[in-house]
Design a protein around this ligand. Structure first.
Ligand code: BGC
Length: 373
């Protein structure tokens, strides 16, 4: 009798183990200076897998089933770690310390001025020339279970790339059986500082970049966006999207209004490269965006805790560089949806704050949920 009960328990455990999401750590080659890179692959029983490498805590590949059950990679990137440094484009990267732009690379905090290196015309972009995407992160934990999980960490020295305070950062990726990939950035600081951490995945739901994203249907739960100047710095205005090419409150094809040059914002961005103000209260998870590829049937629903989300359509990709499997990447080949505080927030007192004080914990949570039909 006892044996029978134990046997039944084992059966239940065994089936749980078989379907539980799995996390596996393995080498992922080396940089040209010999630095070894590792990756963790999270796999679930529903056909999804996500590979994250230590360079930039980067989502290097993301396999998602289409409506027929075929698994394809739905994120742009490179086959080898070194290419992410040789031809940086923030593919899948964890971006910091300040994702997006800081005007003229200058801000002040408590009356003291700070100057960052400018790496995007007159502005600082994505944390400067050697941001978090170009740093080798540590792997702190790898766990299988109902949610497969990998925790990456990086300690950014006081003054790194011009930012004050030693910043301790973690990026936790987890995958569950409901095809939800969750990403949580956390940070603490030794001095008051500013930060904006995000993930910069370039999604192409056709899989292996079979088609561009102009036919994708996008919904953005945002009644307002922040218009920019010619250098893509927000003017400070919060403009209603109603009646403009920026109105994605109901699903629209990406390509339908992307060439509408009557709208100066489309001209400045060469298409979409704008921060949308996510409806609802920042700080708790709420729906922000839906992307659907009608051909493969794949849908990605994003929920975010951040106040804003940058919608970028790969406008600066010009076909001069090649990604995985020697695919040439061109304008409109991907959709980036980067949740965070607003661009240039350190220079806009009335934007949600980018400030972090010692004793506080910064949290930015992103959930990407996939389905196909
Ligand atoms: C920015 C684009 C920039 C791209 C670089 C996006 O977050 O909004 O302007 O070209 O990152 O990969």
């Amino acid at each position: 009798m006892k044996t029978a009960i134990l046997g039944a328990a084992c059966l239940i455990m065994c089936s749980n183990t078989a379907f539980a999401a799995n996390a596996v750590r393995a080498p992922f080659g080396a940089l040209s200076d010999g630095t070894k890179i590792e990756a963790v692959t999270l796999t679930n029983g529903a056909g999804m897998s996500a590979k994250i490498m230590t360079l930039g805590a980067t989502l290097q590949s993301l396999a998602v089933p289409d409506k027929a059950g075929h698994k394809d990679d739905v994120v742009l990137g490179y086959d080898t770690a070194q290419e992410y440094l040789t031809r940086p484009n923030y593919f899948g990267a964890s971006v910091g310390r300040y994702a997006n732009r800081i005007a003229k690379g200058k801000f002040s905090l408590d009356g003291k001025g700070y100057t960052l290196v400018t790496n995007d015309g007159p502005n600082s972009l994505h944390g400067g020339p050697k941001g978090f995407d170009k740093r080798v992160w540590k792997i702190d934990a790898v766990t299988s279970g109902p949610d497969a999980r990998a925790v990456f960490s990086y300690v950014s020295a006081d003054g790194e790339e011009g930012f004050p305070g030693e910043l301790k950062v973690t990026a936790t990726y987890s995958l569950n059986e409901q095809n939800e990939l969750k990403l949580e950035y956390k940070a603490t600081t030794s001095k008051p500082t500013v930060l904006n951490l995000t993930n910069h995945s370039y999604f192409n739901l056709s899989g292996n970049d079979a088609r561009d994203v102009m036919g994708n249907m996008v919904t953005l739960h945002a009644a307002k966006f922040t218009p920019v100047d010619a250098t893509l710095i927000p003017t400070g205005e919060r403009r209603a999207v109603a009646g403009s090419p920026f109105d994605f409150r109901t699903p629209h094809r990406v390509g339908d209004r992307i060439r509408d040059a009557r709208d100066q914002q489309i001209r400045y961005g060469r298409g979409y490269d704008h921060n949308f103000i996510v409806d609802g209260a920042a700080g708790s998870l709420r729906p922000a965006a839906v992307v659907n590829d009608p051909v493969s049937g794949r849908t990605m629903e994003m929920s975010v805790s951040a106040p804003g989300i940058q919608f970028y359509t790969g406008n600066f990709m010009d076909g001069t560089f090649f990604g995985k499997a020697q695919r040439s990447y061109r304008q409109g080949d991907a959709i980036c949806l980067e949740p965070g505080v607003f661009p240039d927030a350190p220079n806009h007192a009335d934007f949600p704050t980018a400030r972090l004080n010692p004793g506080q914990t910064y949290i930015n949570t992103i959930v990407y949920k996939f389905s196909a039909k």
